[in-house]
Design a protein around this ligand. Structure first.
Ligand code: NAD
Ligand code: TYD
Length: 367
């Protein structure tokens, strides 16, 4: 049976990938893509989805409970997939207030709307609220610690992860208190197309192409579990479709890498692409590989992020055994596909960099 999904944060990195994934996979489903179009949301990224008459974009704020309720009623929304958030740890350190407002109050506003329309007015029990969260709620791991599982205690260390943790608890509370059908997925660091260039991988790709420093925080030995965004979208699909109500599922990439190792692999990959394709040297004359240098010459150690979590690793065995989830993309192929996407979509990232983000990044790292 066809469904209508309300996807919040649809114009952000994962939201865009999810809309494209879902429209491609479910030939008769409709998506209402909802987004406030903050600095991180880009309508241009939804070009492919907007070509589809089963996709409709609505600009708005998740804090606008009345608007959300109207959409749930008028558009006969079956399920909500909730991505909308302030998502960048560094921004949460310099300006935490908006994180509390969007991630906690915004999620609560959506929950209230879902309760009002789905439980009070309709009460037909067909609806699900899927909340997209992060592995960062679990805090940090020592080198020998087992990976985070769903029963690991929450110990968030940044204003971002604390706000996501609070939102996870509200989602849980709405299930236990009011009987709302909810699921939550806690995923590791995503990468892939449409990733906003303040995050490590796209930042480094673009800085290499522009011949700018690659800022490595602290000693660069912090470990993240990198998940190709399409694997994440499949994971959400499995949880939304077959996950048990009230449960949380960890979605990871089985792919732990220290930041400095990741950046070195990326540097080599860019150098190889330039060597195999001389046209790139003309397109990006400031890149080291266009000037008989290697990209790793741009690596610059900078002061560490305050409260920087040392290691994240995600145990996916629950999602695997209950739902058949496993990541399919290898890191080498995923990274190469990501790099190719940024090389093929220069217009996208130049447009994004023309926005207010440009000023912020210049303040952080110098122009
Ligand atoms: P993103 O920052 O790229 O996108 C967030 C989107 O939410 C943007 O389009 C923004 O305009 C929108 N938004 C912000 N405030 C809003 C509001 N008040 N109303 C409506 N829309 C609003 O983030 P992302 O990387 O796509 O992450 C999506 C979700 O996945 C977030 O909840 C994040 O916490 C979670 N997550 C992301 C990662 C990752 O590696 N990117 C990892 C774990 C979890
Ligand atoms: P990021 O992409 O911001 O994701 P998160 O903080 O959610 O994990 O950062 C990934 C890792 O890369 C993290 O350990 C911080 C580090 N990092 C740098 O070393 N330099 C940078 O310029 C950025 C943005 C991140």
């Amino acid at each position: 049976m066809s469904k209508t999904l309300l996807v919040t944060g649809a114009a952000g990195f994962i939201g865009v990938n999810f809309c494209n994934y879902w429209l491609g996979r479910y030939a008769t489903d409709r998506i209402i893509g909802f987004d406030i179009l903050s600095y991180a949301g880009n309508r241009h990224s939804l070009e492919q989805a907007e070509l589809n008459d089963r996709f409709e974009f609505v600009a708005g704020d998740i804090l606008d409970q009345t608007l959300i309720e109207t959409l749930l009623r008028d558009q006969k929304v079956d399920d909500i997939v909730h991505f909308a958030a302030e998502s960048h740890v560094d921004r949460s350190i310099t300006a935490p207030d908006l994180f509390l407002e969007t991630n906690i109050m915004g999620t609560h506003s959506l929950l209230k709307a879902a309760r009002q329309v789905w439980l009070t007015e309709q009460a037909d029990g067909r609806h699900r609220f899927h909340h997209v969260s992060t592995d960062e709620v679990y805090g940090t791991l020592a080198p020998q610690d087992p990976a985070f599982c769903e029963t690991t205690a929450y110990q968030p260390n940044s204003p971002y992860s604390a706000s996501k943790a609070a939102s996870d608890h509200m989602v849980r509370a709405y299930h236990h208190t009011y009987g709302l059908d909810v699921t939550t997925s806690n995923c590791s660091n995503n990468y892939g197309p449409f990733h906003f260039p303040e995050k490590l991988i796209p930042l480094c790709i673009i800085n290499i192409l522009n011949g700018k420093a690659l800022p490595i925080y602290g000693d660069g030995q912090q470990i993240r579990d990198w998940l190709y965004v399409e694997d994440h979208c499949r994971g959400i699909d499995l949880v939304l479709t077959n996950g048990r109500a009230g449960e949380t599922y960890n979605i990871g990439g089985n792919n732990e890498k220290a930041n400095i190792d990741l950046v070195n692999v990326l540097c080599k990959l860019v150098d190889e692409k330039f060597n195999n394709n001389p046209e790139l040297k003309q397109r990006f004359p400031d890149a080291p590989a266009a000037n008989q240098k290697t990209s790793d010459s741009l690596i610059t150690y900078v002061s560490d992020r305050p409260g920087h979590d040392r290691r994240y690793a995600v145990d996916v065995s629950k999602a695997h055994s209950e739902l058949g989830y496993e990541p399919k993309e290898t890191f080498e192929k995923g990274l190469s596909k990501t790099l190719n996407w940024y090389l093929d979509n220069e217009n996208w990232w130049r447009t994004v960099l023309d926005g207010s983000y440009r000023e912020w990044i210049d303040e952080q790292y110098g122009s």
